[in-house]
Unconditional design. Structure first.
Length: 244
């Protein structure tokens, strides 16, 4: 099985079963044939977010098309731990960074949240999806994080399923240290990170009034939103996720 790790890994949007042949979309065919110069008979690894990971063979390839034939399952399906990252969108390249790194760190879902001080509310969800897929391909994940449509903070709180803890990264400094607070949390969870301007006093008050919210501190320094997101995701994986 080890030798398979050197094989190109692709996300494919089709069910995977032994012996199945299917055509890749044009962009992936181009990537395999023209960019990577793969030829007929070469093996690749594929996953679709549901059926685990499979070895497939390139059974036909030209400039514009490629056919794969599914050969054998390499790994059984495995879901990521149930952690959602709710974050206020920031500048384009920083949001791209958050999407990529949160995928690597095993976030199961990404929820863009519009807060009062959010400066960059416009998001290209398709692009985010593509960034998440690319990161998942590289990071050996078997699933792709779900990208939820943008919502306002108020809407999110109104529709919240209170069996899911909301871990609120509160920069104001008087919340419990994150790692300590996380040890009291169990089950499905979400992390909430504010925009570069932080949360308004009113938002902090509303958040703190919810019984499913746990405010946490990430130490004495104010982190940029992207750093805060990755730090808290890391801590959650250590305390409650699959780094244990
Ligand atoms: N402009 C704000 C900082 C915002 S930082 C200020 O000066 O207060 C962006 C987001 O990252 C914050 O809303 C918070 O969710 C998170 N964050 C940054 N540093 C943090 C810290 N030390 N503790 C908890 N959350 C933090």
């Amino acid at each position: 099985m080890r030798e398979n790790y050197t094989l190109t890994r692709l996300y494919v949007d089709t069910t995977l079963v032994n012996g199945k042949s299917f055509e890749l979309p044009k962009d992936q065919a181009h990537y395999l044939g023209t960019v990577l110069r793969k030829r007929k008979g070469v093996g690749v690894r594929i996953f679709n977010g549901q059926d685990g990971e499979w070895r497939a063979e390139i059974t036909a390839i030209s400039k514009r098309s490629a056919t794969l034939t599914v050969e054998e399952q390499l790994r059984e399906p495995k879901a990521s731990p149930d952690i959602t990252l709710c974050f206020a969108p920031v500048r384009k390249h920083r949001t791209a960074f958050i999407v990529e790194k949160a995928t690597e760190l095993g976030a199961k879902a990404l929820q863009p949240v519009i807060t009062q001080r959010t400066q960059f509310p416009k998001l290209n969800l398709e692009k985010m999806q593509a960034q998440a897929i690319e990161a998942a391909e590289q990071t050996e994940r078997l699933d792709i994080p779900a990208i939820h449509p943008v919502q306002k903070l108020g809407q999110i709180l109104d529709g919240w399923d209170s069996s899911r803890s909301l871990i609120f990264a509160d920069e104001a400094g008087d919340a419990a240290p994150a790692l300590k607070a996380l040890s009291d949390i169990q089950g499905p969870a979400a992390i909430l990170i504010g925009p570069e301007g932080g949360f308004t006093p009113q938002e902090r008050e509303t958040l703190r009034a919810q019984n499913f919210v746990t405010p946490v501190s990430l130490g004495p320094r104010i982190l940029r939103a992207d750093t805060a997101a990755l730090s808290l995701l890391t801590l959650w994986q250590v305390a409650n996720g699959d780094w244990t």
